[in-house]
Ligand binder design. Structure first.
Ligand code: S0N
Length: 273
């Protein structure tokens, strides 16, 4: 395994947030509960995601967990209360859904680097990411119907796009655990490698994507999302189309004509077949 000079972007209570050569790494840092998340964990990850979105020197985001036991074991059962996961002020929250939305909306690739158990909401977290690279000790599965929770959102619908309807129902209805190899064969994991090679492999994938056209990756992600995300997905796809239009001289002509108090001359622009 290569040792890399990750630098800390920002300090948080529940996560580590590091940077290395265009890659941001968000590590859930609660190994004592197998990297289960509580409301504060999601607030931390949401804040880090906002920084990833804003910083143009960040091209790819990686999610992982501290240690070699767990990627994430889902919602922290110690703080599960009536109406959600109870924050420090006693407010019940399901703010992991905001994280799912942030991952879907992120105009950059997001990779789950699964280093152990991806269970319950931790399984959903990897499902929602664009790509999943797993170590050979990783285990995947849902527990919701066993422990009194479920995700009928992306954790079901996007999962079914990966593994098919029958398998998605099996995963949720039976709450069994699957090896990394089985998860790869099902289509919900891109690659399985030995644990000691996990970060090297993930960084290789990141470096390859960092060499690709960021706008092309962005539009591919938007298009693939739009197919599943309905009006919201179309809005994001359309928003990026508008952004690209704003980059064209044709759009500048409209604005310039308005400011110069003249009629715009759109005839000079080609009408491609
Ligand atoms: C991960 C499992 C299978 C590991 O088993 P193993 O190896 O036998 O270890 P344990 O001894 O069980 O665990 C080690 C220590 O870690 C603690 N711990 C593990 N998981 C959690 C957890 N989720 N919360 C709190 N603590 C946890 C153990 O207690 C143990 O600590 P010590 O040593 O002190 O005893 C196994 O641990 C396991 O099955 N864990 C629970 C998995 C689970 O059921 N997670 C919750 C599932 N539900 C959700 O995630 C809901 C998420 C949600 O809110 C949501 C809502 C709407 C839409 C979407 C979502 C969403 O899913 O994202």
């Amino acid at each position: 395994m290569t040792t890399r000079a990750w630098t800390t972007i920002k300090e948080y209570e529940d996560i580590k947030f590091d940077f290395f050569e265009g890659i941001a790494k968000i590590t859930i840092n609660r190994p004592e509960v197998y990297n289960a998340f509580r409301p504060q964990t999601n607030f931390d990850m949401l804040d880090a995601m906002e920084i990833c979105r804003e910083r143009s020197d960040i091209g790819v985001i990686v999610f992982t967990g501290t240690g070699d036991k767990a990627f994430c074991s889902g919602g922290d059962q110690n703080v599960k209360g009536v109406g959600g996961y109870i924050d420090e002020h006693g407010v019940p929250r399901l703010n992991v859904l905001d994280l799912h939305k942030a991952i879907r909306s992120m105009p950059k690739p997001v990779i789950a680097m699964v280093n152990g158990y991806a269970i319950g909401g931790g399984h959903v977290l990897h499902v929602v990411c664009d790509l999943t690279i797993a170590s050979d000790n990783a285990k995947f599965g849902q527990t919701g119907p066993k422990v009194g929770s479920f995700d009928a959102g992306f954790g079901s619908s996007f999962l079914a796009r990966h593994v098919g309807q029958k398998k998605a129902r099996e995963i949720w209805f039976l709450c069994k655990q699957y090896t990394a190899k089985e998860a790869e064969e099902m289509g919900m994991v891109n690659k399985v490698v030995p644990l000691e090679q996990l970060e090297d492999e993930t960084v290789d994938w990141c470096k390859t994507m960092l060499m690709r056209s960021p706008m092309a990756l962005r539009m591919i992600k938007r298009g693939l999302n739009a197919e599943l995300d309905g009006q919201r997905g179309l809005m994001e796809f359309a928003g990026d189309a508008t952004m690209m239009y704003y980059l064209m001289e044709e759009a500048q002509e409209g604005k310039n004509a308005f400011l110069e108090k003249r009629d715009p001359d759109f005839q000079k622009f080609p009408k491609f077949p």
